[in-house]
Design a protein around this ligand. Sequence first.
Ligand code: DQA
Length: 146
Amino acid sequence: PTVLLLNGPNLNLLGTRDPEQYGTTTLAEVEERVSALGKELGVEVVCAQSNSEGGMVDQIHAARHYAGVVMNPGAYAHYSIALRDAVDAIEAPVVEVHISNVYAREEFRHTSVTAPVAAGYMAGCGVLGYELGLRAVLARAAERSS
Ligand code: DQA
């Protein structure tokens, strides 16, 4: 099985961007850790990052036959109906991950338009959320195929 690890806008700057919120781990390190966990669990992890809405929509479409998607939509979570529709359009389960506790932050981060169509949602667990997200999406995929 294959899982897409998809990161949205500004997450390419992970490690240096606002470390109080997002920590000091880089995106490359996150991708390495999730891929290593995938190896341990017998799944291939394909990693992608896009700073554009259409780029993320395209990545989700391309993953429609995968076992699932672990996605940090970044700020698009708060307002992108296009991203929500893409998540809704594919059969594969999508688990949404936010590194920071968005509920402890500005009010505009408290809404996620993508969460209602996601198979799972996680926020505030730091970059560990990506590894938890991989485990969660595999559990969701297994439930669906049983
Ligand atoms: C984020 C939270 C979003 O509000 C923000 O726009 C991001 C990162 C997180 O991982 O905590 O870019 O998705």
